[in-house]
Design a protein around this ligand. Structure first.
Ligand SMILES: [Zn+2]
Length: 458
């Protein structure tokens, strides 16, 4: 609409008039949007809010001041880039309560993480602590349950009903045999995930699956999941060196298109690993806006470089290599997976696939997935893959809202919906730069000035 007045009351949109300067009830605060674009707030449907990017919980305990400043800033950084709603794909009521305790924070929802017992990504936590961390894990029949755990409470039906009663709006499950040094993790049986999907659909909630290979996405399709939580960039079933869309991949993608399966390309997952080994990321001039300076300084310290060390050792880069040699080896090492992810995204985009905007921030303990900014970086990757700004805008608003069944409340500027809004200086259907310098963010009716949300503002 060209000229409009949007009235907000008690955090909701209560009226929209097709004219500017409409008389409003006495006492109404008027925000002049002349020359600006009013858009719904963005939704990132794949984040992890429990961790500070690049910092383990042990390191957080050792640096409480740095961590405290980081945790206060993270919600603001998402808002700075226009994200007013976040979906944490593996959380709990406790995790959500912690997030909501901040004075300013985007709305957040969560999926319960239905990982297979001892499979990915539970395997990263030591036993027996991992069983406490994963209240919705799946235990298949015939498997020996951990001490003190009743397997009857970890069937697909039981975990879905538990997470739903605890407030989850979705189920996240996993098909991953491993990467890096680990390649033989147990994966769920097809019938287990079919049961999980059946139980979730009976409860009215969608199922997302961690699936980034041909094998995993084939499995996800056979199990009937609703959303692939990653792009397809690893090839395990097909023996091919090309990064183009092979006949095998095409078959999978065509089925995703036909069945309108949601796909989150999550290209920043790959860049987040690549850039943690690169030498220039921490000098990015945009970082001081989204991260406190104390945290950036810590990332530069030997301790803060721990994940850089892990990844470089995994890549077997020569220890005496120059920064240029490292950069070169990295680009070569990541080129084919990144290229395949790009080609797959382009294939789906060109055929009007159900692309859902999700960043997977942070996808690993990498500092190269900074809150808020990572979303904007993801948009650049999507543009490179052929998605238009208009398609990105829809995928980060209404498409996400519909896929997560939140469209009664968010996803568009409509009477009755929550007043999560952005005032933009540029048209977001024309350029993703619209999100780089937002004029105003409105969160549940509360007016926020981006200059006050920046990490270096205070
Ligand atoms: Zn994730």
């Amino acid at each position: 609409m060209r000229d409009a007045s949007v009235r907000v009351h008690d955090g909701r949109i209560v009226a929209i008039h097709r004219a500017s300067g409409v008389a409003q009830p006495k006492g109404t605060e008027i925000i002049d949007g002349s020359g600006l674009f009013l858009a719904p707030g963005l939704i990132d449907s794949h984040v992890h809010l429990g961790e500070i990017p690049g910092m383990t919980s042990e390191q957080e305990a050792q640096h409480p001041d740095i961590a405290k400043a980081a945790r206060q800033q993270i919600p603001r950084s998402y808002l700075l880039y226009g994200f007013t709603t976040l979906i944490d794909l593996i959380s709990s009521p406790q995790g959500m309560a912690r997030w909501k305790s901040h004075d300013i924070a985007p709305d957040a929802y969560f999926c319960g993480g239905a990982a297979l017992m001892d499979g990915y990504p539970m395997n990263y936590a030591p036993k027996p602590q991992r069983y406490q961390n994963w209240p919705y894990m799946l235990i298949e029949p015939g498997r020996q349950p951990p001490e003190g755990i009743d397997p009857a409470t970890h069937t697909p039906q039981a975990v879905v009903s538990k997470m739903k009663s605890e407030g989850a709006i979705c189920v996240k499950t996993f098909f991953e045999r491993g990467f890096g040094g680990v390649r033989d993790l147990p994966v769920p049986k097809l019938e287990t995930i079919r049961e999980l999907v059946k139980a979730a659909h009976a409860a009215g909630i969608p199922v997302l699956m961690h699936a980034n290979s041909d094998e995993a996405q084939r499995f996800g399709l056979d199990a009937g999941v609703d959303i692939m939580a990653h792009g397809l960039w690893n090839l395990y079933q097909e023996n091919s060196t090309t990064s183009e869309v092979t006949p095998g991949i095409k078959k999978i993608l065509d089925e995703e298109l036909e069945r309108k399966v949601g796909v989150q390309p999550t290209m920043q997952v790959l860049y987040g690993i690549r850039d943690v080994i690169g030498t220039s990321f921490l000098s990015d001039p945009r970082l001081p806006y989204v991260l406190p300076s104390g945290l950036i300084d810590w990332y530069r310290s030997p301790e803060g470089q721990w994940f850089h060390e892990v990844v470089s050792q995994g890549m077997k880069l020569p220890t005496d290599a120059s920064p240029t040699q490292i950069e070169h080896a990295l680009n070569a090492g990541f080129a084919s997976v990144i290229d395949r992810g790009k080609h797959v995204t382009a294939y789906l985009v060109a055929r009007h696939g159900r692309i859902l905007f999700g960043t997977d921030t942070p996808s690993a303990p990498t500092y190269a997935n900074p809150p808020g900014l990572n979303g904007w970086l993801e948009m650049h990757r999507l543009v490179e893959a052929g998605e238009t700004p208009a398609q990105i805008f829809t995928s980060a608003t209404l498409s996400n809202a519909q896929a997560l069944k939140l469209d009664r409340d968010i996803g568009s500027v409509q009477v009755g919906k929550r007043a999560n809004l952005l005032l933009l200086k540029q048209d977001p259907t024309q350029t993703i730069d619209a999100y780089a310098a937002i004029a105003k963010v409105i969160l549940n009716g509360r007016l926020l000035d981006p200059s006050e949300l920046a990490a270096n503002a205070r």
